[in-house]
Ligand binder design. Sequence first.
Ligand SMILES: [Zn+2]
Length: 435
Amino acid sequence: METTAADEVVGICRDLLRIDTTNTGDPRTTVGERVAAEYVAGKLGEAGIDVELHESAPKRANLIARIPGADRSRGALLVHGHLDVVPADASEWSVDPFSGEEKDGYLWGRGAIDMKDFDAMMLAVVRDWARTGYVPPRDIVLCYTADEEAGMQYGSQWLVDNHREKFEGCTEAVGEVGGYSYTVNDDLRLYLVQTAEKGLDWLRLHATGRPGHGSFIHDDNAVTNLADAVARVGHHRFPTVVTPTVRTFLEQVGDALQIDIDPAEPELAIAKLGPIANLIGATIRNTANPTRLEAGYKDNVIPGRASATIDCRTLPGEADQFLATLRELIGPDIEIEHVHQQPAVETSFDGALVDAMGAALRAEDPGARTVPYLMSGGTDAKAFATLGIRCFGFAPLRLPADLNFASLFHGIDERVPVEGLKFGVRVLDRLLRNS
Ligand SMILES: [Zn+2]
C-alpha cells in the first residue's frame, strides 16, 4: 500500500519534537532552529521540492519553498509554521519534553500543539503531493520560521524586512492558532478559526525626580512619582468593546449552545461559555498590565530616575483611543517609551478560502461548524499581515471533548492527540486542494 500523509504525519511530528528548538529569548543560547530547518529541508528535498534557508543570525534559520500551482496568475497561499518552542522544565513533566513519546493516544512534547503538529502536517501534505504528482490549484508558499516565541525579530519580522520578495503575490495565509474543535455535543463541534489578533505595545515609563539623601524631607521623588502612575494604570479597567469578530463569535456560539447572548453585555455573555471563556475573556477590552519596576541602587539614596514596564494589548482599531487614555492616566510628567510594538490585525470571515475551510472540516467531521475568533496573543501573522496578506489561524485538530486545550499552550505535558493529528493532515490536504 502507498504511504499517505496521514501515515507520515505522526512520525514527522515525533522527529520534530525530538529536536530541541527552545527559544530562550537570548540568541546566544537559542540553537535548535537550524537543526529543525535542516530536517524540514531534507524532507522537502526528498520530495524534490527546492528550498531556501535564510539565517537572520547564526543558527537562526528560516525556510522558504514555493510549490508552483496550476494557475500561476492567481495569488499564492502562504502556509507557515514556526519551528521554535518555549522552554520546558523537565522536572515538571510526566515525560521527557523532548522525547516525542507516544502514550495514551497522544504524542507528548514541547511544541506538540505549538506548533510542530502543524509543521508536520504541512510537510506530510506536500510530500504526499510530490509522490502522487499532484499540482495544487495555485502557488503554495511554505514558510518555516525561527523566533516566533520571542518577538519574531529573527524570524517572520526579519523575513518581511529583508526578503519580502519571497512572499510576492501571496494574498492569504494560513498558520496558528485556530482550526481546533470545541465540542458542543455529539453532533456539533465548533472549530474556531482565528481571523484577528490583538495588538501588542510594551511601554517603558520613565519618571524623574530630584535625587537626594533618604533622611531628608523630599517632595520630588522619582520612585513615588512612578509608583503613582503605575498604580493608576494597574487599577484602571478599560471599557468593553465588541469588535466585529467578537460580535460574530458571540452570536454564533450563542446559537450553537442555545443560550441567550446579549452582545451589549459581553461579560455576562462570556461567563456563560464555560471552558472557552478563558480564551475569549481578554478579547473584549484593551488591557495594560504593569510587569516590571526598576529604580534605585542603595537603601538610603533617593534615585533621580525610576522606570516601569507596562504590557499593553489593544483591540483592532483601538490603539489611538487606548494610548490617549493611557497618557491621561500616566500624567504629563512621565516619559513614555515604546519598547516593542505590533499592531492588531483583523480580517473578515468570508471568501472562498473561508468556505473551503468549512468544507474541508465538514468532509472529515460532519458535525463541524466554523466560527471566527479574535486571539488575545500574537503570532507570525502579525508580520505577514504587514505585507497586505489576509491571515487566518487554521491548524486543524479534532480534539477530545474533555481536553483542556488552552492550558496546553506553553503548558506542562503539552501533547497532541494522534488521531487529531491524522484528522488535521486530511483537513489541511483538502483545504489546500480546494484553495
Ligand atoms: Zn505558536
